[in-house]
Design a protein around this ligand. Sequence first.
Ligand code: LMR
Length: 397
Amino acid sequence: IFASVPQAPADPILGLVGRFKACTAEKKVNLSVGAYRTAEGKPWILPSVAEAEKMVISDTKLDKEYQPIDGKAEYKRPVQELIFDADVIDSGCLATVQALSGTGSLQCIAQFLKFMGVTKVWGPNPTWGNHPKIFQRALLEYDMYPYWHQESRGLDFEGMIAGMQKMNEGDCILLHSVAHNPTGVDPTPEQWQTIVQVCKERRLIPLLDNAYQGYASGDLAKDGYAQKLFTHSGLEFFIAQSFAKNFGLYGERIGYIHVKCASKDAADAVLSQMKIIVRQAYSSPPQHGAAIVNKILTTPALKEMWLKELTFMSSRISDMRTALRGAIEAKGTPGTWNHVTDQIGMFTFTGLTKDQVVRMVEEFHIYMTADGRISMAGLNPGNVDYVAESIDKAVRG
Ligand code: LMR
């Protein structure tokens, strides 16, 4: 029965993690997956998370029963507050569902779009490699709008707006709400205002993928600018909120879907349908990580600790941007390297060609994605010079 099943290729991002682990080279660097690492190159359990976890484990009120299909009702407000103002939450116009981090949230939203009769989703070119596959699996058409401008290594804003003008009423537009993956290039506040305006004019359905709130600036409110703008625009839209990166809860699969609706009645109906999707896909969401997030967000001392940790992580990454750029420029490597410090969030889109990336991986054992993306969190004072030196060699050919 299974003899005809073809072998699938390894995942372009997570597959590299396996290759890095298996690599026996003395000098190797993992810049592949977007996961925070300490200055010693180790995964980091946030101290606020460790503290909250102890409290959760000793909480006698918590059992191991199933959570409600859409997650615990009392857990919703604190996570909504990371994005929405109190009046929006109080209006009842939000349908909020705890889901399996970013990917799981997007998966449910994709199925919901299909259920609503949406036919087409537009994502930025480039985008996170999993995006197109998620929507295509839900049998939605997927196409791209211009985003990256190769020459300036910045945003192709004119191209993006022209691309949006070609979209049809009722199409879904996928946007990264902050710290675009893989480019690290975001629209400015003024550009976001135009984007919102065009979404309105073209009657598009926005879907904001919020995987890195807090990672661009260390400030949740600043990183939440686009979400606020959409909220106050009167548009109805989706948000996929991931807690993998900003709480460091990668393996716990914690996140939330928020659907901002025009009325409470609409939100109630949307919630009822989302619950059907969740029930059929995985029944109900995981409890442990959700309880940790809730404990942090509802315990003022822990919340303060977490906010400081966010600032700490984003500033370490930003220091690495300065260090990498400095080291490359000190070598006089051909090309301009200001984009290393101009880009934001977890990634730098280096501009290295496919062949140069192959050399980085095969010859220097620096694991990075084929599109030239490096995870800045994988850099540290102990490896940044080696990475700069290898980039220099790869560029000089
Ligand atoms: C990444 O882009 O590296 C992260 O979002 C992790 C993943 O699941 O791909």
